[in-house]
Design a protein around this ligand. Structure first.
Ligand code: COA
Length: 334
């Protein structure tokens, strides 16, 4: 009998996405903080964002996105070997991936969360690829999902204008041809203070001589200008490195798919790399910055609209808190 080997290459074979129904546009947001549509749109490109209601959780929107990706890949949840949920806003600090595994009915899959803020999807893509390249797993579901609206200070106009909620997912499958062409990942903890969603412990004396720190997470804090400078400098660098590893040049790139943080960052990175605007994917006017969800959400929209086609070469880059950043170059489809 001729048994076909699945191969140690990686193919991205399905995508899906989900966003909460409720939309908050800049006009309405200006009833909450002193700002305007003109200020927000001209500095960020964002016009509205979707916000999750109390019953829409990371698990529910991630599961919905995952179902779309699994259907497009033409597999069943029972075929999944691994589920990686890239998120910084899990419903449960112990992890939300297992709730998604339960809700999908993917009993055979092992599931875990991966936290790398807005770089989570790219870090997850590279992590998933290692399991396929080593021959351990054949079918992997990677989801990027965040509900940052829970963690934003809605009285801070410097940050609350930027973020929205959403989820996106892809299915990666073992394939004869390897469609992940190159990647490069980076971290710089010395700049950690630029962007935080941190725990603030309050001393609580349990017993004489035993004091623990029991507090809570503080809303997002950000040094916007530092983060902007970091992104515009580091993202082109890491993309060039990934292109070099893939033995490609910018002329080979069909699409530039950056983490959707800010239109000015997208434009500046495109300029530096000499990639024309028509190749730069942008949906942040509709959704704002959805953190780990932004890349797979935009990817799924472009695929479903028929813009991204099988065989297209996509350069993707995530960047954000940590600080973390990274780039991956892949071809869509088998
Ligand atoms: N509406 C109106 N005015 C605002 C405002 C808002 N939403 N937010 C800030 N301002 C004001 C400030 O108070 C400041 O006023 P002042 O000069 O009187 O003090 C002025 O606008 C300039 O503020 P500044 O913070 O210097 O603005 P900026 O030009 O750096 O733009 C960002 C702010 C956030 C749009 C910009 O720094 C940015 O995009 N950074 C990257 C952030 C990002 O993408 N983070 C996520 C990465 S994953």
């Amino acid at each position: 009998m001729n048994v076909q080997q699945p191969g140690l290459g990686i193919a991205l074979t399905g995508s899906g996405s989900a966003t909460p129904l409720a939309a908050l546009d800049n006009e309405k947001l200006s009833q909450l903080v002193e700002t305007s549509d003109e200020w927000i749109a001209s500095r960020t490109g964002i016009r509205q964002r979707r916000l999750a209601t109390p019953t829409e959780t990371v698990t529910t929107i991630a599961t919905q996105a995952a179902q779309g990706a699994i259907a497009m890949a033409g597999i069943s949840p029972m075929d999944l070997d691994l589920i990686i949920l890239a998120t910084s806003t899990a419903d449960d600090l112990f992890g939300s991936a297992n709730q998604i595994q339960r809700d999908l009915g993917a009993q055979k899959a092992v599931a875990f969360d991966l936290t790398a803020a807005c770089s989570g999807f790219v870090f997850g893509l590279v992590t998933a690829a290692q399991f396929i390249r080593t021959g351990v797993y054949q079918n992997i579901l990677l989801i990027g999902a965040d509900v940052l609206s829970r963690w934003v200070d809605w009285s801070d106009r410097r940050t609350c204008i930027l973020f929205g909620d959403g989820a996106g997912a892809v299915v990666l499958q073992a394939n004869e041809h390897d469609r992940l062409l190159g990647f490069e990942l980076r971290s710089d903890g010395t700049q950690n203070q630029c962007l935080n969603l941190s725990y603030q412990p309050q001393p609580q004396e349990l017993l004489d001589g035993i004091t623990i720190g029991q507090g809570g997470f503080q809303p997002i804090t950000m040094n916007g200008q530092e983060v902007y400078r970091f992104a515009v400098r580091r993202v082109p660098e890491v993309i060039e490195k990934a292109l070099f590893r893939a033995n490609l040049t910018v002329e080979d790139v069909d699409w530039l798919l950056l983490h959707q943080a800010n239109q000015r960052i997208l434009d500046a990175v495109g300029d530096r790399l000499n990639i024309p605007p028509e190749k730069i994917i942008s949906n942040l006017a509709k959704y704002g910055n959805t953190s780990a969800a932004s890349i797979p959400l935009a990817l799924d929209e472009e695929i479903r609209q028929g813009n991204i086609k099988a065989g297209d070469t996509i350069v993707t880059s995530g960047f954000g808190a940590g600080l973390t950043w990274g780039a991956a170059i892949f071809q869509w489809g088998r």
